[in-house]
Design a protein around this ligand. Structure first.
Ligand code: NI
Length: 187
């Protein structure tokens, strides 16, 4: 089942999400629904707050961008209670978008190398060093669990320039071609 994606301006996107407890009821169904929602809106990642649930759960399938970013090949993952450790190394700037901020794309600086610790949907622990665009996707999605959005990372000047567009999203004055939930009632 496709779920509505909560859009910029909705308070659930600004909350710090709660850890997921082992044995959470309906886990498999939620994960399936999140993947379905993500594929339907052509995203490569989706965090639970984006479907209105303030829980530390993320789904990622980065294989769609593997042609440009080989490190993403076959990377389909469920991240429960993920923890990022930033590793030494360069930062890169690349455009990002977000299903909760439709119609926009902005340059964001991120670290290239991370160590990620997480549980999968069966609550089995994993640890892996990740690089490049895969590390970027993970950082973007984990930001959602802290109540952060990629637009928080852009320069004040850029933010000023896109302010009207963000207001239009928050005020339900845009059209989106996947199911969404606006912060304001659509006029
Ligand atoms: Ni996002």
């Amino acid at each position: 089942m496709k779920l509505p994606v909560y859009l910029f301006g909705h308070p659930v996107l600004r909350k710090t999400a709660e850890p997921v407890a082992p044995g959470r009821e309906g886990m498999k169904e939620l994960v399936d629904n999140m993947f379905e929602t993500m594929y339907a809106s052509e995203g490569v990642g989706l965090a639970a707050p984006q479907v209105g649930l303030s829980e530390r759960l993320v789904v990622i399938d980065a294989s769609a961008v593997a042609e440009s970013f080989p490190e993403c090949e076959g990377r389909k993952m469920v991240l429960v209670n993920p923890e990022i450790e930033v590793l030494d190394g360069e930062r890169t700037v690349r455009p990002e978008g977000c299903l909760s901020v439709p119609g926009l794309s902005e340059n964001v600086g991120r670290t290239e190398h991370i160590r990620l610790r997480w549980l999968d949907e069966n609550f089995e622990p994993h640890e892996e060093v990740m690089h490049g665009f895969l590390a970027r996707i993970v950082q973007h999605e984990c930001d959602h669990l802290e109540g952060k959005l990629y637009v928080d990372h852009i320069s004040p000047i850029r933010k000023q320039l896109i302010k009207n567009k963000l207001n239009n999203i928050a005020n339900a004055k845009i059209r989106v071609d996947y199911p969404v939930r606006f912060a304001a009632r659509k006029k």
